[in-house]
Each structure stands twice: as C-alpha cells, then as structure tokens.
Design a protein around this ligand. Structure first.
Ligand SMILES: Cc1cc2nc3c(=O)[nH]c(=O)nc-3n(C[C@H](O)[C@H](O)[C@H](O)COP(=O)(O)OP(=O)(O)OC[C@H]3O[C@@H](n4cnc5c(N)ncnc54)[C@H](O)[C@@H]3O)c2cc1C
Length: 291
C-alpha cells in the first residue's frame, strides 16, 4: 500500500464560532460550526490559528513583529472535543502579562478567551500532533496515566473521554495540577466521567497556591510530588504516561544562558524526572510542551 503523506490531511477551514462556553475564570471553550468539512482528527491533535487574520489585532501584530524582528507564528490549540462528538471544539486559557516577568503582552489568547462571541468567523488549520494514544500503545499497556498542568489538560481530556467511550477495558488516571481551584477547567465534566465510568477513571487534582480549605482525597495540596506519582502509578511496567504542561520557552532558555542564571525546574522537566524515578522508561512517556 502506498504511504500516505500526513501533511496532505492538514487543511485550512473557515469556521464559525457556535458557542463560547466558560470553563474557568480565564478559560473558554470555543465550539465551532465547520460546515461540510470532513473532520479528520484524532484525540490529542491540535489545530493552529494565525493572529494575522483578526482585524482587531493588526496593529499589535505589526508592532510585535517590529519589536521581535520576526513574523508572528500561528498559535496551536488542542481539541477539547473528541471525534465521536458532533462539534469540533478547542479550549483557550488567557495568558497574562506579568510586569517585569513576561517580556511582551500575550497576543492571541486574550481575544480568543475573552472577546470571541458566537457568530465570529475564523480560519483554522488542522489537524496534527504526536500526543496520541495509538492502538499500538493501547495494546502494550494496561494503565494510562496523564500528568497535566493548566491548559495542558486539554489534549488529555479529549483522549480520556474518547477512549473511555470507545474501549471497554481502558483505565485512566489523571493527575491535574493548577494554582488555585478557580483555575481548574473541566472540573465538572471530569467528575461526571468518573461517575459514568466507575473504576475506569480516577482524577486527582493538586493545587499549588490555594489558600482556602478545599482539600480532600480528590483535591490535594502542593506540586506533583514523587509520592503522588507513586500513588497514581501502581504498576510501572504496565503504564504509559501522557505529560502535558508548561516547559521553559526558547526565550527563557536563551535569557538564562546569557545571564548565567540557572532556571528553576519547569513543570514538564520535574514531572519527567519524577516518572523516571517511579520506574518509567522514556518509551513509556508521551509528552507535549506548551512553553
Ligand atoms: C502543541 C500545542 C498545543 C497547545 N494547546 C493549547 C490549548 O489547548 N489551550 C491553550 O490555552 N493553549 C494551548 N497552547 C498554547 C498556545 O499555542 C499559545 O502559546 C498561548 O495561547 C499563548 O499565545 P498568545 O498569543 O496569547 O501569547 P504569546 O504572544 O505567544 O506570548 C506568550 C508568552 O511568550 C512571550 N513571548 C512571545 N514572543 C516572545 C519573544 N519573541 N521573546 C520573548 N518572549 C516572547 C510573551 O511575553 C508571553 O509571556 C498550545 C501550545 C502548543 C505548542
């Protein structure tokens, strides 16, 4: 059989926003009408959106391109819908400008998360990405563990709900890290999935900066620790781990190199180290970085 070129499947589509569903104080799911386009995507895939297409952003795009000395690239967003659902959807968390910390205000996520209403048109390009639960991986491992932070949960959310519905035997554990409770996206949907698929999904939230007493067996305090990973991974030989969340950006690495200062470990690097300590090999880990 001739090999198929995966890039041929990537195409541009003009879509209309059907719904903008708030998921957390800074996060929105945009549900899309795609007309008759065939939605050839898999759970874990992402689409891309060019900031150049939005008239309201044109002066910012031009200004940032002058400042940064290069073209603003398209931004990637993982699908939060899954292919068995009627509509295509992605979920955007608004990035923040932190004075003295972030060099530039974020360009695209604020308008997608806060200023995009039903009826808005946009061009998306998709679908692609290596963060996928393939048949080969599923047949090799009995346990699937996801360790995610913030919007890094989006592709795992799609994988989890699709796999629970499609494969009777699959078992997933999600360790989901956020700063505070109000940051947590898909809290209700994950709870409902746990109830709908008893014994097949376990969700452990962990909050690094929460000051209210919201803690329980399901909601832990602190970072993703070695102990928490040990609790989630009871049988390392039979486990595949999906890890998605922030890593150091290329600019942070460059700045650290120039200043000679060591960067504190990122979410991604500390989780990868933790998984290694728990006994997982590199080929048992699928990772995606949002940094
Ligand atoms: C595969 C993949 C999937 C993703 N999926 C999702 C998702 O499902 N949901 C989601 O919310 N996000 C997702 N993201 C992140 C998303 O693509 C964007 O990076 C995010 O929305 C921020 O975009 P922005 O335009 O708002 O910010 P940007 O303008 O990209 O800025 C982000 C940060 O980078 C800094 N920065 C930008 N340019 C420079 C520069 N030249 N030099 C130094 N610093 C710079 C800014 O100061 C700011 O702190 C994903 C990323 C990847 C790679």
């Amino acid at each position: 059989m001739p090999a198929t070129n995966p890039r041929k499947k990537i195409k541009e589509m003009e879509v209309m926003v059907a719904e903008a569903i708030p998921e957390a104080h800074d996060t929105v799911t945009l549900v899309l009408f795609t007309g008759n386009d065939k939605l050839d995507y898999q759970p874990g895939h992402f689409l891309t959106i060019s900031p150049h297409q939005f008239p309201g952003l044109q002066r910012w795009v031009a200004y940032f391109e002058d400042l940064k000395g290069k073209k603003e690239p398209p931004r990637a967003y993982s699908m939060s819908s899954s292919p068995d659902e009627k509509y295509l959807a992605f979920t955007v968390k608004e990035e923040r400008y932190v004075s003295g910390v972030t060099p530039y205000p974020p360009l695209l996520s604020p308008i997608l998360a806060k200023r995009t209403l039903p009826g808005a048109m946009m061009v998306i390009t998709g679908f692609t990405g290596p963060y996928r639960l393939t048949d080969e991986v599923r047949s090799r491992y009995g346990e699937i563990v996801h360790v995610c932070a913030g919007s890094g949960v989006v592709p795992s959310f799609s994988i989890i709900k699709h796999d629970l519905r499609m494969n009777e035997k699959s078992k997933h554990t999600l360790v989901f890290s956020n700063k505070v409770m109000e940051d947590v996206m898909f809290f209700r949907q994950l709870r409902e999935l746990e109830q709908q698929f008893p014994g097949r999904l376990r969700v452990i939230h962990t909050l690094t900066r929460e000051t209210q007493n919201v803690f329980s067996d399901q909601v832990r305090q602190g970072r993703v620790s070695h102990t928490l990973l040990q609790e989630a991974i009871t049988n390392p030989e039979d486990t595949v781990a999906f890890v998605c969340g922030p890593d150091h950006s290329v600019w942070q690495r460059k700045a650290a190199k120039e200043s000679g200062e060591a960067l504190p470990p990122s979410f991604l690097s500390s989780v990868l180290q933790g998984l290694e300590q728990v006994g997982l090999q590199k080929d048992q880990i699928v990772k995606e970085s949002y940094g």
